[in-house]
Design a binder for this molecule. Structure first.
Ligand code: N01
Length: 699
């Protein structure tokens, strides 16, 4: 495809690179018809390219392996995830026999979670590790370790080995997640050549994971952007949530940009600090930092019809208001950033300090205090064990217990032995990440899908019931000898109806701690000295923590957005936010949402995978506008309505839609306005490029 033209009707993205883009370059190959990451694969077997990682944001240190002693190497191989290691070594050595079909992994998640070592029996694991060690020993001192270029054939073999061939259906998504070609989603057009002489400015609202990515893509296309961020620093949710114990609850390697992979994560589920550092570092390296207006909140957006574009009203940290004109606006404000504090009667009378988990009061010591924590969601799950050592007493107020997913190694750091391979062995960290991504493509989706023929008082399918029983067994084992806790901790709703939480024993240990009381009676009100519950009993408290979640359904609040003909977005939504692909609404041309309605993931995939698709789609939409000499793009009412019928039908077939339990996935009307109900591949293919029949281009 010519640079500057629209994607072909076949939907294939030709990602041949613009040579002006210094980050990427193309090496077309016979097998893939696409370019391949520098140093990973080239068109001709054995051809040399730039060393792996030399253009990467987080370079490797392949010299480390040469210095390692034999015992250290053995320890590293024992600590490695065996399947990614076999793939990396096969690519480096050319030894296909490492991809022995007997070693092929089963990456499907069962009721008890991922199968250790891809489900291989111990004897085969030992054999595979021995083969890996022998290969590693023969390779590690080779001076060309960091520059060896495997063949496309080997890449295919490694993919077949990992996925059992299933990747062919999700091919383009798989290649992006593997970063082959490197940064394949980088726009291969620049404003200057696509629309010479035309000025085009974009506002991005929010400098979290989505906003940083969006600004990076715009910069890659030479489009001027300004990023408005209400906080004094970047990071979004990772900036806001500074409560003790905050860490990722999805696998970390998969929770990173596909084109900026980090081999140095401190844990498979890293702490908030490590993730914040990752995004802060990248904002700097991408240059996005230059486009930032920190401490500046966007108040209002008004669409100008005469000269299509947006007027954005903002207020800076000093309270000064200003107006700015843009051609397009991308909201990247997230879903979980406006704390929700229930209006308990008497809340204002509480004499001690009280705060929300996302507004942690680091100036208040909890030492020796009687502390109440309201809520048992993901935030409470992390904060309660983390403050337990400090407090005198802790009362946990629970309305509904969550389902716990056994994750024994949740807090474990990545060992030095494993890090040696992640940082020192080319390809290993990429394949380690890819392995996580691939396992999450299906994730637990099948286990929470409704079988309309299935009848059960709680579960929504036979597979869901199997999962429920496995999780009940985990609860019974975790609270052995405490029938009171078993009774209070087994949810009465199906697994998947609310977010399932990672458990390494820390939460059960906290609930069993003599300092902790679990209160399951409803909160009636708050008094100056504590919390009064249903039968009038009062828990005396010195401090109160609201772990009560966010106004997730109130998309874009409190911003006011006025579109064509004075259409006010929130009036028009009328408490029921909807979008087309989570990205746009009719009557709001050139206004795009990242992580908008119905684009949240809860049982499969990583939000970063979706954010990358959304940023890509927005760039394609802007390309359509600019390449046609149009001013704006607006989704049609019909396409918007059709898409939302699909969302509602499909969400009704998921545990979260079928169950009546309260959750932040639903809005006040009970409609699932947050979650994506289909597969990751579906979203990836729907966001490959805008279906122009669903849009009006405005001149
Ligand atoms: O919020 P939540 P969260 N009276 O809405 C209870 C992400 N996250 O901040 O279950 C009494 O899940 C409410 O009770 P119930 C993640 O996606 C990620 O914990 O509705 N209780 C519930 O127990 C997560 O899903 C990470 O009956 C009341 C709790 O408050 C999302 O953020 C870490 C109540 C709210 O739970 C939100 O998690 C943290 C009332 N009136 C969060 N109102 C990481 O990955 C609410 N509750 C690191």
């Amino acid at each position: 495809m010519r640079s500057g033209s629209l994607p072909s009707q076949s939907g294939q993205r030709d990602r041949s690179r613009d040579p002006a883009n210094s980050l990427v370059y193309s090496i077309p190959t016979a097998n893939f018809g696409r370019s391949i990451r520098a140093g990973v694969v080239t068109g001709k077997q054995g051809e040399r390219e730039a060393p792996v990682g030399d253009r990467a944001f987080f370079p490797l240190e392949s010299g480390l392996l040469a210095e390692a002693t034999g015992p250290v190497l053995r320890e590293a191989v024992a600590a490695a995830e065996i399947h990614p290691l076999l793939c990396a070594l096969a690519l480096l050595s050319g030894d296909e026999s490492l991809l022995d079909p007997r070693f092929r992994p089963d990456t499907r998640l069962g009721p008890s979670g991922p199968k250790p070592c891809g489900g291989l029996p111990p004897g085969l694991v030992d054999e595979a590790r021995q083969r890996a060690l022998t290969c590693l020993e023969s390779l590690r001192r080779r001076p060309d370790l960091g520059t060896r270029v495997p063949s496309p054939h080997l890449l295919e073999r490694a993919l077949d080995f990992t996925t059992g061939g299933a990747h062919h259906a999700a091919r383009r998504m798989v290649m992006r997640e593997l970063d082959v070609p490197h940064d394949g989603d980088a726009p291969r057009w620049r404003l200057g050549s696509l629309a010479p002489g035309r000025g085009f400015r974009v506002a991005v609202i929010g400098a979290g994971m989505s906003g940083i990515l969006m600004a990076h893509r715009l910069r890659q296309a030479g489009i001027a952007c300004v990023v408005f961020e209400k906080n004094p620093a970047v990071g979004g949710t990772w900036h806001d949530n500074a409560y003790p114990g905050c860490r990722l609850d999805t696998p970390n390697f998969a929770y990173s940009y596909s084109f900026a992979q980090n081999p140095r994560w401190p844990s498979e589920f890293s702490s908030r600090q490590a993730i914040l550092e990752y995004f802060t570092t990248l904002a700097r390296r991408f240059g996005v930092i230059e486009d930032l207006r920190l401490g500046t909140e966007v108040l209002r957006l008004e669409y100008r019809e005469r000269e299509p574009g947006w007027t954005l009203h903002a207020r800076d940290a000093a309270g000064r208001e200003s107006a700015h004109e843009f051609d397009a606006v991308v909201s990247a404000v997230g879903q979980l950033n406006r704390p929700s504090i229930p209006a308990f009667p008497g809340a204002a009378s509480f004499a001690g300090p009280s705060w929300h988990t996302a507004r942690w009061r680091h100036d208040v010591s909890l030492a020796g205090k009687r502390v109440g924590v309201i809520g048992t969601g993901a935030s409470a799950y992390q904060v309660v064990p983390a403050i337990l050592g400090e407090v005198r007493e802790l009362v946990v107020f629970q309305r509904n217990p969550p389902w716990m997913l056994p994750t024994p190694r949740y807090y474990e750091p990545i060992s030095a032995a494993h890090r040696l391979l992640l940082v020192g062995l080319p390809h290993y960290a990429n394949w380690h990440r890819f392995y996580q991504v691939w396992a999450s493509v299906k994730g637990r989706w099948d286990l929470v899908r409704v079988d309309p023929q299935y009848r059960h008082p709680v579960s929504v399918s036979a597979a869901n019931e199997e999962l429920r029983q496995a999780l009940v067994r985990h609860i019974e084992a975790s609270y052995a000898g405490r029938p009171d806790l078993v009774a209070s901790q087994v949810p009465d709703y199906p697994p998947g109806a609310k977010r399932m939480l990672r458990d390494n024993g820390a939460w059960p240990a906290a609930l069993k701690d003599p300092k902790v009381r679990l209160e399951t009676r409803a909160i009636q009100g708050i008094t100056p000295s504590g919390i009064r519950v249903a039968d009038g009993a009062v828990h005396e408290l010195d401090a109160l923590v609201y772990a009560t979640g966010f106004h997730a359904a109130d998309f874009l609040v409190p911003m006011q957005v006025q579109g064509v003909g004075g259409r006010r977005l929130h009036d028009w939504w009328d408490g029921d936010a909807r979008a087309y692909l989570g990205l746009c609404m009719p009557g709001f041309p050139n206004f795009f949402c990242m992580y908008g309605p119905n684009s949240n993931l809860s049982v499969h995939g990583s939000l970063i995978l979706f954010a990358e698709s959304q940023a890509h789609w927005i760039m394609e939409a802007l390309h359509a506008v600019l390449s046609r000499g149009a001013r704006a793009i607006d989704v049609t009412e019909e396409a918007f309505a059709r898409f939302n019928v699909l969302m509602d039908e499909q969400n009704a077939l998921m545990a979260w839609g079928a169950s009546g339990v309260s959750s932040w996935y639903k809005n006040a009307r009970g409609r699932v306005s947050q979650n994506w109900p289909l597969s990751l591949e579906d979203y990836f293919s729907m966001t490959e490029r805008p279906q122009l029949a669903d849009f009006r281009l405005l001149g």
